[in-house]
Write a new protein. Sequence first.
Length: 240
Amino acid sequence: MWILWISIITIAGILIGWVCTKIISQFHRRRSIFHPLSCEKCSSPIKPLYKFPIIGYFLSQGKCSKCGAKVPSFVFVIPIITPLLLILLFVKFHFSLSFFQYSLLIIAGILIFFLDLYHRIIPDMITLSIILVALIFSFFNDLGFWAALRGGAFGAGFFILIAFIFRFITKREGLGGGDIKLIFLIGLSLGFKLTFLTIFLSSLIGMILYAFSKVRHTVLIPFGSFIVIAMFVSIMTGNR
């Protein structure tokens, strides 16, 4: 039975990952996900055979068939990591309410990770939608509504304080509104303890990469991407 469920999750994960790649590819062009995929450099349409997740990337050798421009690596990576992360959630939580809530959180996290990494943006459309979902789940999950609110308030309040201190000291913007909404979402979903762990881990990742980055003074650091990594580690290793 496990093999059957894991097979279903794998297929669903690949398809969800493919949809995520379409959203990320079309987002900065302000196009609908139903708009045909095209090369970012020459705008020529992607051949139908090359649109298949994972297989299409290999068939095209990761290049545009017309101009030879490289296809972004996330087109290959996302349909692979999405089913893997969902399987890990299934192994830990089985088909529980937590599995479905965390699956939505992880899918949103994948979108946020790559959008922040490539375009330095965390869309409100994603965070606000999942915030609403997290609030609904809080009435039915083990965390509870008030504990969810405490986790969200702690995360958002802490980030607002850090952003204010950073701006006061450096006269530059640090944490953006997207980061604050993201940690509020995580607080609502994970509660105080795991939100604290997420903040600690994401800060640790950020400090290490910032220390070794050669462009840290000229390029915005995609802190939202670090938060997403820390969030998944917290979900898999922590206990709320």
